[in-house]
Design a protein around this ligand. Structure first.
Ligand SMILES: *Cc1c(COP(=O)(O)O)cnc(C)c1O
Length: 381
């Protein structure tokens, strides 16, 4: 830790740092690279290296650790989604690669369940593809998918959330079976599906052609992500990347999605650490941090806290905070606003459709857990 007061390096710019009680959110910084990753990145500093070559070797190392045929490091999981759609549309045809996002003459429809429309599906459109929904708000059947597949179908997309499976969505097993019967590839967003370890790479092992993982959830720089997939899919995805744009002189859509060589090495180190670390310890620590948030709130009238018991995925545990507005005169939005107005600001949020604040310890440094609990308690006198 550098000398000086908390947040100095930001305050020198007149910028105000905050305590992040939301969790891994891109808007606040997404991730703190862990010491193993920072050290690896530093060791990557000296030499330069051809990046197409490094991508290949780093991809092989990650693929081996993730037990999938192939992998590629991208500029975040969002970039992996965009490059994957470009790959399924243009394949290895250099003319088509250079034509995107104009999709004239290409299959350009990505099928997505109406129930699975989500925040990041925009990333599926950026290379020029169009999203076509199947099923409806109430559910999706196999027939819905059969009917939706047509001559312009480039891929079927699936959004995997193992910690909150959607019983009404068409399961990935069915999607793989039906899509592959029509020679249509399957893309999966598994960005947060990194724990338990057997879920890491699971969707490719199930038969999907591609899945993305957000390396921000594993202590890598938040600007890195992983594309995992079949050898064919990952080779085509690589042709779309910034490294190929420069290395092959074929101008794919991925040119703005740069990744540093240091970040590539950092992403490998992050996966290695994740696969070998003591997860019991990691979980116990998160559980303890939740306890530290909850302790000052015990017995505060009108306030209830409850630990979230989930350990699946990227953000274990957490605290659900509920406020009785009638008894306290304070709404959840008031709580969020007042925490944000404090010094230092504490960021929390109420997600659409939820009647509680979910606090996650992902972004809390040592001691900040207790501060969060105390500052919330202080709001209620
Ligand atoms: C975070 C996230 C993304 C985007 O990942 P980046 O690495 O931030 O680009 C995509 N999908 C899901 C489900 C995510 O949680």
């Amino acid at each position: 830790m550098a000398a000086g007061d908390w947040g100095d390096i930001y305050k020198e710019l007149g910028a105000t740092p905050v305590i992040n009680a939301i969790g891994s959110v891109t808007m606040l910084g997404g991730s703190t690279p862990v010491p193993e990753v920072k050290e690896a990145m530093e060791r990557a500093d000296g030499p330069y290296i051809p990046l197409m070559h490094l991508q290949e070797k780093a991809g092989e190392a990650i693929a081996k650790m993730a037990d999938v045929p192939a992998a590629y490091i991208t500029s975040g999981a969002g970039s992996a989604l965009t490059l994957a759609t470009a790959a399924v549309m243009a394949g290895d045809d250099d003319d088509k690669i250079q034509q995107l996002p104009d999709t004239t003459g290409m299959k350009d429809e990505i099928l997505i369940q109406t129930r699975q429309r989500y925040w990041y599906d925009r990333c599926l459109q950026l290379a020029g593809a169009r999203l076509v929904e199947f099923g409806d708000k109430d559910g999706t059947t196999r027939e819905d998918l059969e009917k939706a597949i047509g001559p312009r179908t480039a891929a079927v997309h699936f959004y995997a959330v193992e910690q909150e499976p959607d019983a009404k969505a068409l399961p990935l097993e069915d999607i793989i079976e039906i899509a592959h019967a029509h020679d249509v590839p399957v893309l999966v967003d598994s960005a947060g599906q990194i724990y338990p370890l057997d879920v890491f790479g699971k969707h490719v092992r199930m038969g999907a052609d591609f899945q993305c993982i957000a390396a921000k959830y594993m202590g890598a720089p938040q600007s890195t992500g992983l594309a995992l997939g079949t050898k064919d899919m990952i080779r085509k995805l690589g042709l779309q990347s910034f490294a190929s744009y420069e290395g092959r002189r074929i101008r794919g859509v991925g040119r703005p999605h740069k990744v540093d060589r240091q970040e590539m090495i950092g992403a490998v180190a992050a996966v290695r650490r994740w696969m070998t670390m003591n997860h019991e310890e990691r979980l116990a620590q998160a559980e303890g941090q939740c306890g530290a948030i909850m302790a000052p709130l015990a017995g505060v009238p009108g306030v209830t806290v409850q630990r979230i018991d989930n350990v699946v995925g990227h953000m274990p545990y957490g605290v659900v905070l509920r406020v009785d507005q009638e008894a306290t005169g304070m709404s959840l939005t008031d709580v969020v606003d007042r925490l944000k107005a404090g010094d230092p600001p504490i960021w929390t949020r109420v997600r659409d459709g939820e009647d509680f604040i979910a606090i996650h310890v992902f972004g809390l440094s040592e001691g900040e857990d207790r501060i969060v609990g105390e500052r919330i308690a202080a709001l209620f006198g």
